[in-house]
Ligand binder design. Sequence first.
Ligand code: CAA
Length: 380
Amino acid sequence: MQFEFNEQQRMIRDMARDFAAREIAPIAAEMDEQEKFPADVVKKMGELGFMGMNVPEEFGGAGLDSLCYTLAMEEISKACASCGVIMSVNNSLVCWPIETYGNHEQKEKWLTPLAKGEKLGAYCLSEPGAGTDAAAQSTTAKKDGDGWIINGMKNFITNGANADTLLVFAQSDPELKYKGIMAFLVDKEAEGFSVIRKEEKMGIRASDTAQLAFDNVRVSESQVLGPEGSGFKIAMSTLDGGRIGIAAQALGISGAAYEAALAYSKEREQFGRPICKFQAIQWKIADMATRLHAARLLTYRAAWAKDQGGRYSEESAMAKLFASEASHFITNEAVQIFGGNGYSKEYPVERHFRDAKITEIYEGTSEAQRMVISSMELKK
Ligand code: CAA
């Protein structure tokens, strides 16, 4: 066991840290306030190789390991959690399944522009009636000659209004239950596809979350990802990796809130001394730092486990569960240390507090993570 990053991992972390400090942090509060999609930042992240970090160079990616991706996600999210989730969805939820389940032509056509950051992807699983119960898909896929017709509605889709490529899950035969679910690659220009509305959100306000409609959208056989009926397993195994990305996003949010609160506790004086001299604040700092470090260990371990091959569902669910709940705790304590100033938009911690909440919800709620973890534990 060793706890050192290698040279490449350190280099990627430093590059992401430097880019985030220069190009993202100065505009993060404004993008949040204005709910402004960071198109320029996304373009630059693509140029730096951050949009397809684990994709082999052959298909336009950076060919890096999962820990490099995790470290970069953490640094980007520390500056702006919205930029973090845009990057995470493209890398983990769209590039990864195409690389893993796609054939060579699909990788050339769909994966390469996504990995280069020339196109943006969205993962379309959630529906009004299929949230935690992801298998309850009501979007349908009907065989039609040499292709398929997709009909249905998807909601809470990150990147939905800005994506070029949609990975869409749909039920081809309800009698087969989850075994009837299929995965399709759909172009945003497809006839019958539309963005119905964008959600107004508490946090991650610069990333778009959209409701999408598929009205008789025709796709060819070449747009089916993986073998027929394998869609649910594609969806679930993709989320195993996605959850590491969200755990890393939570680490970034936590780190930003923790560092801001630590610095503030040394500056802010009450009763004639800095508030960090009071045990009430010192204990908060100890608890925040401990949870942040524990969350990092679980997340980095999950990233390492992903690269070992084999199933890592439990490691990623534990990382996401713990890192997101730690983020909730840490950002709440950060606001508390800032007191009235923490509640004000003049300081960044209120944004971190709002951004942290979603990490306990998307890519599987904390309750769903506990279902995954307990089912794995009970099989032992
Ligand atoms: N990898 C491979 N196969 C898997 C798997 C995985 N991680 N998880 C399940 N499977 C397989 C099972 O082995 C089983 O196959 P067999 O019958 O052959 O053994 C099959 O899939 C069905 O599994 P379950 O019985 O466990 O399925 P379930 O319907 O009970 O679901 C669940 C369990 C854990 C609740 C799951 O539905 C789940 O994770 N729900 C949360 C959904 C979610 O995370 N949604 C997020 C939406 S995406 C999003 O938020 C993105 C965004 O925009 C940011």
